[in-house]
Design a binder for this molecule. Structure first.
Ligand SMILES: [Zn+2]
Length: 234
């Protein structure tokens, strides 16, 4: 396995572990154990951490040790404001450029979300729900829009994982299905209205404080996630 591939696994494993709250906000992510875990240099660890920091998932403090981000409620509200603007444009463009071949993969994704929710995997379903929105953004055909929405959606998923009610999934799958229907009909006005209501619902579920747990073993959590995103890290 190449070095850059190992670095990608480190990035993806950390990202997924944070999004699913296996690593809770405030968890320290020291470079040495990460380098050892993923068998990469500290330089590559720093690069992976920088990528996560640019997505708002980790914070690098003045002592240079990265920690899993703890978004404040004010930040959460600001992120949702931006998300509302971006998503309105995403559905408008997706309607305009809609191709019938897009429907099946979107529906398959929604089935995965539903399966995770049914299996009681709340944090997996939060991550998959966020990825549904990123998939929609790709359909807009605008790479910048996709990049910004991806960042904002990732931050929203973290916020929901931190502040959301336990067992509430990010998005109602029925609402995702209704969105697909409206876009497939090319009904941009309806799709934009559905999206606005959908995001209102997510925000209402997200901004409810609750306590987070603090006992966790970095090594065993990351080994699990490294295995999930690629080849095992050891
Ligand atoms: Zn959604």
């Amino acid at each position: 396995m190449g070095l850059s591939q190992k670095a990608d696994i480190a990035y993806l494993a950390l990202r997924q572990a944070i999004m699913e709250q296996a690593l809770t906000p405030g968890t320290k992510l020291p470079e040495d154990p990460l380098a050892e875990q993923f068998e990469i240099s500290r330089t590559l660890v720093r690069a992976a951490l920088a990528r996560l920091a640019s997505e708002g998932l980790i914070e690098v403090g003045n002592k240079r040790t990265a920690t899993v981000a703890q978004p404040s409620l004010d930040e959460a509200r600001a992120v949702f404001e931006v998300r509302r603007c971006l998503e309105a444009e995403v559905v408008r463009l997706a309607c305009e450029r809609w191709q019938s071949a897009w429907r099946a993969p979107l529906e398959a994704h929604v089935r995965d979300e539903q399966a995770a929710a049914k299996a009681g995997q709340a944090n997996v379903s939060i991550r998959l729900a966020g990825e549904f929105h990123i998939q929609l953004a790709r359909l807009s055909g605008n790479p910048l829009l996709t990049r910004y929405l991806s960042e904002v959606t990732t931050r929203c998923s973290l916020i929901l994982a931190v502040y959301g009610r336990p067992h509430s999934s990010d998005c109602a799958v029925t609402e995702h299905r209704a969105l697909i229907d409206a876009m497939a009909r090319g009904d941009a006005a309806k799709a934009m209205k559905l999206m606005a209501e959908h995001l209102e619902g997510i925000e209402a579920r997200a901004l409810i404080p609750r306590t987070v747990r603090s006992d966790q073993d970095l090594g065993s959590i990351l080994a699990q996630y490294a295995q999930a995103v690629g080849t095992p890290s050891r």
